[in-house]
Design a binder for this molecule. Structure first.
Ligand code: UDP
Length: 238
């Protein structure tokens, strides 16, 4: 069935979401806009949208083959994907293999120090509050998920980490950390939504430890889209 956008449901910092003629499907359109530090830093990076769409679809397809349910139905155009409609949890699930970003800063850790086991964090998705870090008791108190749903989120996030870490390591990329968002489909199954891209993950070149992700934008390192292109090229290797 040919699915075309009906009306714009939501426009975020990096994506637009459209309804379609099929009530079970949405269309996600990736924008070239880049923002950091809760929207304080902004730019337009020509080509970023199509790179993120292709990278995210590639990685989601791989996860799907490994038994992680994702919202991806199929890629529609270079910047658009057809996805399952989900009711999203107001949670961000972050998994970290090496210290970086907010955790390194908050806990005084050197960027790049490894952890013996992955560190999992939950943040409350709330722009006005700046998506604060919360623990599982907070998530339960705020009724953001049930105890069994939290267990499922944790298990799916850790499984995703194991799969992606190995997949990327084989292609010369270190998975430093990443953020996932989940929702529930019409059948009540917990499904991975949102995106998996250099905007939402930290990727380092395994050989040079060069940053190949949004930190290039956050830290004014330049060549942002060139780095995203390297990621696409590396992950699409068999
Ligand atoms: N992240 C994200 N969206 C957010 C916050 C974090 O995609 O709103 C990703 C970020 O790109 C990194 C990981 O989650 O790969 C951990 O981010 P961190 O908590 O270190 O925050 P940041 O340094 O991005 O403020």
């Amino acid at each position: 069935m040919l699915e075309t956008p009906c009306h714009l449901l939501y426009e975020g910092k990096a994506k637009k979401v459209y309804t379609t003629t099929n009530p079970e499907h949405y269309i996600v359109e990736y924008k070239d806009d880049a923002t950091a530090f809760n929207g304080v830093k902004k730019a337009t990076l020509q080509g970023k949208g199509t790179l993120n769409n292709r990278i995210s679809n590639y990685l989601m397809q791989y996860l799907q083959t490994q038994g992680v349910p994702t919202h991806l139905v199929r890629e529609l155009t270079p910047a658009r994907a057809l996805v399952k409609r989900l009711t999203m949890f107001a949670l961000e699930v972050i998994v970290r293999n090496l210290a970086a970003g907010s955790m390194a800063k908050r806990l005084g850790l050197q960027e790049g120090s490894p952890f013996e086991a992955p560190v999992l964090e939950f943040c409350y998705k709330n722009d006005a509050l700046g998506d604060p870090l919360i623990n599982e008791d907070h998530a339960l108190a705020l009724k953001l998920a049930s105890p069994s749903e939290l267990q499922t989120l944790r298990a799916l996030a850790l499984r995703t980490n194991t799969l992606l870490q190995a997949y990327l390591e084989d292609r010369g990329i270190i998975l430093v950390d990443f953020k996932l968002e989940f929702g529930k489909d019409a059948q009540g199954q917990v499904v991975l939504g949102d995106e998996i891209s250099p905007d939402t993950c930290r990727f380092w070149d395994a050989q040079t430890r060069q940053k190949l992700d949004k930190d290039r934008f956050r830290e004014d390192l330049g060549d942002v889209c060139q780095a995203y292109e390297i990621i696409l090229e590396k992950i699409s290797h068999a």
